[in-house]
Design a protein around this ligand. Structure first.
Ligand code: 0O2
Length: 223
């Protein structure tokens, strides 16, 4: 079988150089990874009677965002540059209730035999200056075409519901002010990120207390 790679450094084979083909690959990669995550979630529910993933969102980056990001990184607009230098053209976001679920999910994803983890950014352990917290994985998934297999990059972001709420608003504000929001808005957003972290911690410990109580009830009923 002919093996191609849609990851940097580029080794484009003939036929994988048009916008349509590249977009077809990214869309297919999102479908593949999305199905895998649905199955993992179902399996987890089957074993533990509990769903770690609250919801999944996926998107292919818009042409405007691709051009903007290439420019901001100092690259000319070309298919080669976009495939080689941008890791998040195909993006999938897993939103879960508790911080503990994030690492559980990350482990489950990393142990999938046909997903290859290229890199990890753990913004939970090392939050960004603005307060952003999320767990990012760049993976490749093989896309089986009729005449070749192409390993295609997908960015997986895992975060809590509370942080997703914060990040959506922060993203809109950053976009509105083109990254130069007034200092007091930035500072309030940082403060909100702190509140989100406290909320996440409290919800996690509350959930653990509930689980303990339930376990106690079960043991009492059995004795
Ligand atoms: P959009 O509109 O979501 O596509 P790299 O070159 O890989 O080092 P990159 O790609 O910026 O740099 O990596 P990173 O940090 O993993 O960020 C990728 C995506 O994570 C971003 O894509 C956002 O979706 C999200 N993200 C990262 N930092 C922040 C942040 O501070 N706030 C929010 N709200 N989201 C963030 P895009 O292209 O910025 O946007």
């Amino acid at each position: 079988m002919n093996g191609s790679v849609l990851t940097g450094p580029i080794a484009f084979d003939e036929g994988i150089d048009s916008w349509e083909t590249v977009m077809f690959l990214y869309n297919s990669a999102l479908k593949e990874v999305g199905t895998k995550l649905d199955i993992l979630n179902d399996e987890f529910r089957h074993i533990h009677q509990y769903n770690p993933i609250e919801y999944i969102k996926s998107r292919v980056k818009s042409p405007e965002s691709i051009v903007k990001k290439l420019k901001s990184h100092g690259y000319e607009t070309s298919i080669n540059n976009m495939v080689e230098h941008l890791n998040d053209i195909a993006g999938i976001r897993l939103v879960c209730s508790f911080t503990k679920d994030i690492y559980r999910l990350a482990e489950m994803i990393a142990s999938q035999r046909d997903l290859n983890v290229l890199s990890i950014k753990d913004y939970f352990k090392e939050p960004k200056e603005n307060g952003y917290k999320s767990y990012h994985m760049i993976v490749t998934v093989p896309i089986f075409m009729s005449d070749r297999t192409v390993d295609t990059k997908v960015e997986i972001q895992i975060r809590t519901i509370a942080m997703d709420f914060w990040a959506s608003l922060e993203h809109k504000i950053a976009y509105k002010f083109e990254g130069n929001a007034p200092a007091y808005i930035k500072s309030e957003l940082r403060e909100c990120a702190g509140i989100v972290s406290i909320l996440d911690e409290k919800m996690l410990s509350l959930n653990e207390a509930i689980l303990k109580e339930k376990e106690k009830e079960k043991q009492e009923a059995a004795s």
